[in-house]
Design a protein around this ligand. Structure first.
Ligand code: AMP
Ligand code: ZN
Length: 465
């Protein structure tokens, strides 16, 4: 399996630090608002990557944090006349609603920065002790000059960065590229007691600290949106490697933006739609299919036409799933027939191809094309004279290849169909327990509703009278 590593700017073989295990950290949202579908792209991409790693048999320890203290949190809490803590509680719970709605699997852990204050303070202290950070009047800055490799992720060297720094020169910093890892409390701001007085952590140090606490000194994959390469991840590397003296992450992965008219979707440009709003119009499979229809490192343009076209594509896939589900109730032959061996072997070929695409730096766009090829083949080669074994194989395969993408897991059955099947199941149980009265009652009740049960050698079938 190959993964594109932002650090080396090439695809590399994926070899985790511990065989069969993956330690993965994704920078999560600042919880001051509902998240938009630009953020959702990043969450869906890394959820898919995590699902695929699990599909391949890795045990994945997947951590995604919540940033629950920063300028935006403080501003919003003030505007709403509430506390930063209450705001965080509220939008973390809203995050789960939308993420669940998008079929994003729950992380192994979702740490909140404010729960790690003691660890953050000792991290800052260690950096000062090792000469990588200095205090100025209650603020603590990281000393970028002392970290020789500063700039290695974004491919910039410190001299260029300094020359290009359009950062207003802060007299207090030894160097314009130095960044705050601890911020002195300003009037009215929430703050924690520290050796440098009341204050709060900088954004970058939170992640460095939570990665270390929850996953260790060196992890397999560190990920986030493209906008995090610099300065956020560059600074995380500087802090973590300066403190631990070990490489921070083996693979750095970054997903490209979701754009609107070729501009990044963002809260500040006010060109966003929230995930919640999108979910009122489209089902999660549609949104995921749209997001995964491009490669994760290529920018993707948002438009209603593209979402509608994803919906039409998805209907084609679910039609096929629905047909197979109906066929299970209609076919007459149980076991695989001689002529079907070739059909099965062709279907297996699609699985191999799908794995080849996904193994190549998670090429979901091509993997989705393979699913369409598979469905086309299934539609033309499987019908009412096929065996139940073949129908089941095809159905399971389509669902299996959908699972890492978080699509094609929904039932195509109507509520009535599901209800009838549950009743048939109950009747089978009653028969097994020799409760003939109950079994007859279920059959008679269904008959009264116009549903006829037939006991056949292949099991119970039903039809409308
Ligand atoms: P934020 O809440 O702004 O810190 O963002 C949370 C995550 O969403 C980060 O990994 C960002 O890189 C990512 N993100 C923000 N905007 C976009 C966008 N338009 N497209 C893709 N990812 C984004
Ligand atoms: Zn981070």
């Amino acid at each position: 399996m190959k993964i594109y590593n932002t650090m080396t700017k090439q695809k590399e073989d994926f070899v985790p630090l511990v065989p069969n295990e993956v330690r993965m950290y994704v920078c999560g949202p600042t919880v001051y608002n509902f998240f938009h579908i630009g953020n959702a792209r990043t969450f869906i991409v890394f959820d898919t990557i995590r699902r695929y790693l699990e599909y391949k048999g890795y045990k994945v320890d997947f951590v995604q944090n919540f940033t629950d203290i920063d300028d935006k949190m403080i501003k919003r809490a003030n505007e709403e006349n509430t506390t930063v803590e209450e705001l965080g509680d509220r939008f973390i719970s809203e995050y789960y609603k939308d993420a669940d709605g998008l079929n994003i699997e729950r992380a192994t852990k979702n740490p909140r920065a404010t729960e790690f204050m003691n660890d953050i303070i000792s991290f800052v202290k260690d950096l000062i002790d090792k000469g990588y950070a200095y205090e100025v009047d209650g603020d603590v800055y990281f000393n970028t000059k002392n970290f020789q490799e500063y700039g290695k992720l974004s491919g910039q060297n410190l001299d260029d960065l300094q020359a290009g720094a359009r950062i207003s020169v802060d007299e207090r910093k030894a160097d314009p590229m130095d960044f705050a890892i601890w911020k002195k409390q300003k009037h009215g701001e929430p703050a924690w007691q520290s050796p440098w007085g009341m204050g709060r952590p900088g954004w970058h140090i939170e992640c460095s600290c939570m990665v270390h606490k929850l996953l260790g000194e060196t992890i397999d994959i560190h990920a986030g949106g493209m906008d995090l390469v610099f300065p956020h991840h560059e600074n995380e590397i500087a802090q973590s490697e300066a403190r631990n003296g070990k490489p921070f992450a083996k693979y750095w992965m970054h997903s490209a933006y979701l754009n609107v008219n070729n501009q990044k979707m963002s809260k500040s440009l006010n060109n966003f739609i929230t995930a919640r709003e999108a979910l009122t119009k489209y089902n999660p499979d549609v949104i995921r299919l749209f997001m995964l229809s491009g490669h994760y490192r290529a920018q993707l343009n948002y438009s209603l036409e593209l979402l509608d076209s994803a919906k039409a594509s998805l209907d084609r896939l679910y039609n096929s799933v629905g047909n197979l589900e109906s066929l299970l109730n209609e076919v007459k032959v149980e076991k695989l027939q001689e002529v079907e061996h070739e059909v099965i072997s062709n279907l297996k070929g699609y699985k191999d191809e799908y794995i080849e695409k996904m193994d190549d730096d998670f090429n979901t766009a091509d993997a989705i094309s393979v699913i369409f090829d598979l469905v086309r083949d299934v539609n033309s080669n499987i019908n009412v004279s096929s065996s139940k074994e073949l129908v089941e194989y095809a159905l399971n395969l389509i669902r299996e290849l959908g699972r890492p993408l978080g699509i094609l897991q929904q039932s195509t059955k109507t509520d009535l169909e599901s209800e009838i099947e549950a009743l048939i199941e109950q009747r089978q149980m009653a028969r097994k327990n020799k409760d003939w009265a109950l079994s007859d009652k279920i059959r008679d009740d269904l008959k009264a509703r116009g549903i006829i049960l037939e006991d056949t050698p292949q099991g119970v079938r039903w039809k409308k009278a």
